[in-house]
Design a binder for this molecule. Structure first.
Ligand code: NAD
Length: 493
C-alpha cells in the first residue's frame, strides 16, 4: 500500500476512484491511501486504486438505504428482467472481462473465460427464480384451527454488505450480487484491493442494465474499509468470502447489531482415490483439484488420499502430469498462472519451507515455462506422506501445493478426510456404487463430487462445515439468505 505522494501515474496506468455511490464516482484527497493494481504475470503496475475513507463508506451505505425504499417494492419479475439483462451484457462483454482477469490475476484464458460463464449463469439462474412466482409467493401454513389463516412470506433483509476476496473476484461477487438483487436488497460491494478493476467492470454492467442508482454501490480498499462497512448500523446483512481469520472478525462485528451473516471461508479438502478407481481419471481430478487457479481455491483438494493398491501407479502418473503442466503467463498453452501477489508468493514459499523443515518430503515438483521472466509464478509441488501435524497437511496453503497420503481401508480414508476443522468440499474417485454412497453419506463436507471435476452449478448450494463458514450461497438457500422469513396469523375473513 502507498500514499499518494509515492504515486506516479505511468502512461497507460488507470486510477480507480475510491467509491461509486448512487451512480457517481468519488475520489479522495491526495494525502489519503491508495494502492497499486499489478499484473500478476509481470509484477508491473497497471493501475492505482484509491481507498475509500470512513465518510465515503457511510455515504455508500446511506445511498443503499435510500434506494431500498423503492427497490424492495419492485416486483420479482421486474428484478428478474434486470438480472437477465446483466447476464446478457456479461456474455456480450466476455472478451474484455476475461482479458481484465488475465491481466490482473494472470489466469490462463480458459479459466478467465470460465469465470465469465459462471457469473452469467448465476445471474440467469436468479433471473429464473424471480420469474417463478412460487418462490416469492405468500404461502399458507397449515395450523390446527380452521378459523385462523397463517401465512409465511420472504421479504428482503435490507442493505447488504458484500465483501469479497481476490481469487475469483467476478464469480464471488456474482454469487452474492445476483441473489441479493433478486431478493430486493440494496448493496455495498467491497472488492479485494488486489482485483477491484474486475468488480468495477461488473458494476458498470449492472448500471448499464438499468439497475437504479444507489441499489449497487462500490467502496474500494482493504480490511479497514471492510471493518467500517461491517460496523455500520444501517447494514442489515453481511455476506463475506475470505479467510477464516477475517471471518471471525466479521462475525464479531456483526454481533453488535445482530446483523445477518453468510461466511464463506477457507478449506483443506480431500480427494480420495479408491482401489477400484480409474487411475488416469484420478490423476486428472487431482491435477485440477489441487492446481486450478494456481491452487488459490477455497475448494482446493490439496489432501490427496490414495489406496495402497494403486498408490505407486497413481504417483507415477501424477508425477508425469505435474511435470507436464505448463506454468506460464496467459496464453493458449498455459495450464497454470501465477499467484496473485508478491506477498502471497512469499507466504506460500514460507509455508513450504516450514513444512519441509518439519520433515515433509517433496516427492516431485513441476517447472516454470521459459516465458515466466517476472511476476509471481510458483511451480506446483507435491509432498508425499507428510506427518499428521505437518503444516502442509493441516493448514490451508492457498497455493500450488498438494499432499498425498496412502490408506488401506474406507474407514481409514473417511477418518483421514474428516480429520480437519474445515469441511468445504470433497472428491471421491471410485467405480463402486455402494462405496460411493458411503462416502457421500459420511464425508463431512458441504459438497461432495463423485468421479467429476469440481462442477459448480448455480442451482447447487456452496458452503461448508466448521471453519469453512456459516450459511450457503447459490441455490434457493442463497436467495433466502438475503430474505427475512415472516409469518402472520389472524382470523380468516
Ligand atoms: P481475506 O480474509 O484477507 O480478505 C477477504 C476480503 O475481506 C478482502 O476484501 C479484504 O479486504 C476484506 N477484509 C479483510 N479483513 C477484514 C475485516 N476485518 N473486516 C471486513 N473485511 C475484511 O482473504 P483473502 O486473502 O482476500 O482471500 C483468501 C481467503 O479466502 C482464503 O482463506 C480462501 O479460502 C477464502 N475463500 C473462500 C471461499 C469460499 O467460498 N469458501 C472462496 C474464495 C476464497
Amino acid at each position: 500500500m502507498a500514499t499518494n505522494p509515492e504515486r506516479q501515474i505511468d502512461g497507460d496506468a488507470f486510477v480507480l476512484p475510491a467509491a461509486t455511490i448512487a451512480g457517481a464516482t468519488f475520489s479522495v484527497a491526495d494525502s489519503e491511501v491508495c494502492s497499486r493494481i499489478c499484473n500478476a504475470s509481470t509484477g508491473d503496475t497497471i493501475g492505482w486504486q484509491e481507498h475509500a475513507n470512513a465518510e465515503l463508506v457511510d455515504r455508500a451505505v446511506h445511498a443503499a438505504h435510500d434506494a431500498l425504499i423503492t427497490w424492495r417494492h419492485t416486483t420479482p419479475a421486474a428484478r428478474g428482467r434486470l438480472l437477465r439483462k446483466i447476464a446478457e451484457l456479461l456474455e456480450a462483454d466476455r472478451a474484455r472481462l476475461a482479458a481484465m482477469q488475465m491481466q490482473v490475476s494472470g489466469k490462463p484464458p480458459f479459466e478467465a473465460d470460465l469465470d465469465v460463464s459462471d457469473a452469467a449463469a448465476t445471474f440467469n439462474y436468479y433471473a429464473s427464480l424471480c420469474e417463478d412466482a412460487a418462490v416469492f409467493a405468500t404461502e399458507p401454513v397449515a395450523v390446527p384451527d380452521d378459523t385462523l389463516l397463517a401465512e409465511r412470506v420472504h421479504e428482503p433483509v435490507g442493505v447488504a454488505a458484500l465483501i469479497v476476496p481476490w481469487n475469483f473476484p467476478m464469480v464471488t461477487t456474482a454469487w452474492k450480487l445476483a441473489p441479493a438483487l433478486a431478493a430486493g436488497c440494496a448493496v455495498v460491494i467491497k472488492p479485494s484491493e488486489l482485483t477491484s478493476p474486475v468488480e468495477h467492470m461488473l458494476a458498470e454492467i449492472v448500471s448499464e442494465a438499468g439497475v437504479p442508482d444507489g441499489v449497487v454501490n462500490v467502496v474500494n480498499g482493504g480490511g479497514e474499509v471492510g471493518t467500517w462497512l461491517t460496523a455500520h448500523p444501517l447494514v442489515d446483512k453481511i455476506s463475506f468470502t475470505g479467510s477464516t481469520a477475517s471471518g471471525r472478525k466479521v462475525m464479531q462485528a456483526a454481533a453488535q447489531d445482530m446483523k445477518r451473516i453468510t461466511l464463506e471461508l477457507g478449506g483443506k479438502s480431500a480427494l480420495i482415490v479408491r482401489e477400484d478407481a480409474d487411475v488416469a481419471q484420478a490423476v486428472s481430478l487431482a491435477v485440477s483439484g489441487a492446481f486450478a487457479n494456481a491452487g488459490q481455491m477455497c475448494s482446493a483438494t490439496a489432501r490427496i488420499l490414495v489406496h495402497d493398491d494403486v498408490y505407486r501407479r497413481f504417483m507415477a502418473a501424477f508425477e508425469t502430469a505435474v511435470r507436464a503442466l505448463v506454468v506460464a503467463p496467459p496464453a493458449d498453452q498455459a495450464a497454470m498462472g501465477p499467484l496473485i501477489s508478491a506477498a502471497q508468493h512469499a507466504r506460500v514459499a514460507a509455508l513450504v519451507g516450514q513444512g519441509v523443515e518439519a520433515g515433509a518430503q517433496i516427492a516431485f515438483a513441476g517447472k516454470l515455462d521459459a516465458a515466466c521472466h517476472a511476476g509471481y509464478f510458483m511451480a506446483p509441488v507435491v509432498i508425499a506422506e507428510p506427518a499428521a501435524d505437518n503444516v502442509l497437511w493441516t493448514d490451508e496453503i492457498f497455493g500450488p501445493v498438494a499432499c498425498v497420503k496412502s490408506f488401506r481401508s474406507d474407514d481409514e480414508a473417511i477418518a483421514l478426510a474428516n480429520d480437519t476443522r474445515y469441511g468445504l468440499v470433497a472428491t471421491v474417485v471410485t467405480n463402486d456404487a455402494k462405496a460411493a454412497r458411503r462416502y457421500k453419506a459420511q464425508l463431512r463436507a458441504g459438497l461432495v463430487w463423485v468421479n467429476t471435476p469440481q462442477l459448480i452449478f448455480p442451482q447447487v448450494c456452496w458452503g461448508g462445515f466448521g471453519l469453512s463458514g456459516i450459511g450457503r450461497e447459490l441455490g434457493v438457500a442463497g436467495l433466502r439468505s438475503y430474505q427475512e422469513l415472516r409469518h402472520t396469523v389472524g382470523l380468516r375473513a
